[in-house]
Design a protein around this ligand. Structure first.
Ligand code: NAD
Length: 504
């Protein structure tokens, strides 16, 4: 973080009230191109007073937007959907230049975000209430779904477009106004989305972006006019956000970290399992909350499975995501060093280092934040390699003698975001689905991210709150219901009765 804005690099400002906005704070942070290893931009860090201003803007916009007809809102959503689909490439290039993931993966991220926009386009249907005629004499009861007000979205670095898209389409469709606080590591995607909303005809002030660090987040959590907070990030911050926002009386959903296990039973198709382990372990350099970081090899399957994984790892090309490669750099030098530190720790703790990514050959600038795909075998559950969320291209194989041991191991883990079982035995898979304590489960599917018409969320320390993201839970989160009991009397009514109302 710096106190001055270096003139040599682009300065990323906030997006407020339908336009770029500088705010009053002069604090900024550097934004890197991870494949080059150089700071290419600076991003503004908002002060509490800057946050107060954006909340005021979003609060004022709420009056008009919440009163906009459902068909009027749907028209804006459809235009936004069309523009996002047409201009995916532009957004993907921004993502790759700040996050480092390969372009094809950045396009995939946008496509999965777009699915939630598709879902939100059905808002006139989604926002229907219910009506019961004549529940008692001349008495009708109906329910309404109404928006909350100003909603804050605080997002992590690893999906700068998709994760905000988990929340803001449904929030806006439901009539709320939104303030996104993206990760300071890759802030530009959110501003680009803000400009796209303006082009789609969304009234100014309905979608806003404020950049910054914990000062900005803290003010959003405390501000009385912010009614709901959707957070995604690491578990310690998710817990803090949940507790602080809930204490301030807000609706809050806080999605945290993960350690996702892939259980491979002895009868599994080992080629399928090895492909899946490599794809889900090293895609996006392991910087996905649904990445597989632990392969649990059950029975005697370990040696053959590890051999197949190693074969595939030998074919992976690491380099600048704008080139024809499979895996890009890590997001920052500090994060790369942290993840590389785990490789040294794993060796010292006695795990078998099968593939060492520290000296990888890359198709990219030598200054990039590189770490190649790394594989450890014979990892035990007491090693830091296993206990910590590494969030990088380090895949660990743990051996388990039986299904029961594998199940117990996964269930003992404090995280519960995603898991997968690989088997050809339907009965075993069915038992696993029932017994596993994890929020999202794949059967021969390594990254079981639910489609937009279901909801995304983990269990245990992977999610604080009781509402998952998007789908039916998202709709529930961004609306509050009101139940109306109404009687239109006919001329024969009348009389006093002080008793508690009962139905006839
Ligand atoms: P992070 O927790 O460091 O940051 C997330 C957001 O919180 C950022 O906007 C950041 O500016 C803000 N923040 C950081 N420290 C804060 C503090 N002390 N107080 C208030 N705000 C603070 O996470 P990250 O490194 O950006 O992202 C990676 C993490 O996110 C991993 O743990 C990953 O598993 C998790 N993640 C989880 C999911 C999920 O669905 N469960 C999805 C994506 C990422």
């Amino acid at each position: 973080m710096t106190d001055r804005n270096p003139a040599a690099v682009t300065l990323v400002s906030h997006w407020v009230d339908g336009a770029s906005w500088e705010g009053a704070s002069e604090r900024t942070g550097e934004v890197f191109d991870p494949a080059l290893g150089v700071a290419t931009k600076c991003v503004r860090f908002a002060s509490s007073a800057d946050v107060d201003r954006v909340v005021e803007v979003a609060g004022s916009a709420f009056t008009g937007w919440s009163a906009t007809s459902l068909s009027g809102r749907a028209r804006v959503l459809f235009r936004f959907r069309h523009l996002l689909s047409e201009r995916t490439e532009e957004l993907a290039e921004i993502i790759t230049s700040e996050h480092g993931k390969v372009l094809s993966d950045a396009r995939g991220e946008v496509a999965r975000g777009l699915e939630v926009v598709d879902f939100a386009c059905g808002l006139p249907h989604l926002l229907k209430g219910s009506f019961s005629e004549g529940v008692s004499s001349k008495l009708d009861v109906y329910s309404l779904r109404q928006p909350l007000g100003v909603c804050a979205v605080v997002s992590p670095f690893n999906f700068p477009a998709m994760v905000p898209c988990w929340f803001f389409p449904l929030a806006i469709a439901s009539g709320n106004t939104v303030i996104v606080k993206p990760s300071e590591k890759d802030p530009s995607a959110s501003n680009w989305l803000g400009a796209l909303w303006a082009e789609a005809g969304l009234p100014a002030g309905v979608f806003n972006v404020i950049h910054g660090d914990q000062e900005a987040v803290g003010r959003l959590l405390d501000h009385p006019r912010v009614k709901a907070v959707s957070f995604v990030g690491s578990t310690p911050v998710a817990r803090h956000v949940y507790e602080r926002a809930a204490a301030a009386g807000k609706r809050v959903q806080a999605l945290g970290g993960a350690k996702n296990h892939m259980v491979v039973l002895p009868d599994a198709d080992l080629d399928l399992a090895a492909d899946a382990a490599v794809n889900a372990g090293f895609g996006s350099a392991g910087e996905r909350c649904m990445a597989i970081s632990v392969v649990v090899a059950v029975g005697d399957v370990g040696d053959a499975l590890v051999a197949k994984i190693v074969d595939r790892m030998g074919t992976l090309r690491v380099g600048d995501g704008r080139r024809d490669v499979d895996m890009g750099p890590l997001v920052t030098a500090a994060h790369r060093d942290r993840v590389a530190g785990y490789v040294g720790d794993g060796e010292a703790e006695g795990a078998s280092l099968i593939v060492d990514g520290r000296h990888v050959t890359v198709d990219g600038d030598p200054g990039g934040f590189w770490l190649g795909p790394t594989l450890f075998d014979h990892v035990t559950t007491s090693m830091r390699l296993y206990t910590d969320e590494i969030f990088g291209p380090v895949l660990c194989v743990v051996r388990a003698p039986s299904y029961d041991e594998a199940l117990a191991l996964v269930n003992r883990n404090p995280y519960g975001n995603g898991t997968a079982i690989f088997t050809n035995d339907g009965g075993a898979a069915r038992r696993f689905l029932s017994e596993i304590e994890v929020g999202m489960v794949g059967v021969n599917v390594p990254i079981p991210v639910p489609v937009a018409s279901y909801s995304f969320g983990g269990w245990k320390q992977s999610l604080f709150g009781d509402t998952h993201a998007y789908g039916p839970d998202g709709l529930h989160f961004f609306t509050r219901t009101k139940v109306v009991t109404s009687r239109w009397l006919d001329p024969s009514h009348g009389g006093l009765n002080l008793g508690f109302p009962q139905h006839e």
